[in-house]
Design a protein around this ligand. Sequence first.
Ligand SMILES: Nc1ncnc2c1ncn2[C@@H]1O[C@H](COP(=O)(O)OP(=O)(O)OP(=O)(O)O)[C@@H](O)[C@H]1O
Length: 333
Amino acid sequence: MAGGAVSLDLDLHVPGRVRVALRAEPGEVIAVIGPNGAGKSTLVHALAGLVPATGSAVLDGTDLLALPTRERSVGLVFQRQLLFPHLSALDNVAFGPRARGGSRREAEQRAHDWLDRLGVGELSGRRPRELSGGQAQRVAIARALATDPRLLLLDEPLTGLDVKVAMALRIELGRHLATYDGITLLVTHHALDALTIADRVLVLDEGRVAQLGTPAEVAQRPRTEHVARLVGLNVVPSEGRLTAFTPDAVTVSLEPPVGSARLRWHGPVVDVSPHGDAVRLLVRAEPDLIADVTPAAATELGLAPGREVWLSVKETAVRRYDLAPEQTGTVAP
Ligand SMILES: Nc1ncnc2c1ncn2[C@@H]1O[C@H](COP(=O)(O)OP(=O)(O)OP(=O)(O)O)[C@@H](O)[C@H]1O
């Protein structure tokens, strides 16, 4: 039942939807991020055998794409994951270990352990219809982890859970994945998941690899506006390079900033939301920018959606880097 250390050599193509080539090392957790429609779900569904794909996905010497769906040694947690409706939570989780040849007692013990770890041990006797969405999601995660698969595919496993539960599960999942020697692909919309749980981050955009790097690389040098926003940075392309700056480096004013600052923009505020002790503004400029101001400044300037503002940033507060693609594993469709 043990997974064993395996690597994954991927060169997968779903025509018109996604193309990804990469090598994942044993134990690696790769977060998959990108805008809606980027191809994240298609990638994991293709690996699971739910979407036809060409190319190869060689795991431990075997090409998964050549295997029928049910013979692929993958663990799946998808949004709106269905549990077996006629089985209790315990039996849902014990099903995998049992199918892999464990004794009933061992399988049930293992299922109990996983349900406990995910905070739903006391619900082990319930059927799926007697569980809330969040509880069912935790049972689904337990079910995937209990089989100790060599490839774990998690598509938005924490989406739809309340903040406290998601936080606790993120910690539990991170702890487990840190010692898990199989390979994990974790599709997520949350920077926190990508940056805290993952060893590398795969950024997809329009079905292509836009960036593949460590969380630190991606956070410091995001190559797409989407990723920049996800990690809370502004990124502005200029003269073939990218200029990055934090939202708190932005000065907001109602009049054009004085001086000859080249780094200034004008546009309407489109969103105002609390962000820690600050107020975060989204301003529709070229490109869209985020700025953090104090609550006092927000009140004084009357910052509300629709308000036209000027944004500027000092040269000393920006970091510039090259746009040239140099990621490993990038393949153009
Ligand atoms: N069943 C399908 N048949 C044909 N095209 C599809 C199908 N499902 C998705 N697509 C298309 O494939 C592309 C990738 O979609 P996919 O669902 O993989 O994106 P995603 O990155 O997971 O997006 P999201 O964040 O919205 O879940 C999109 O252009 C989408 O419209």
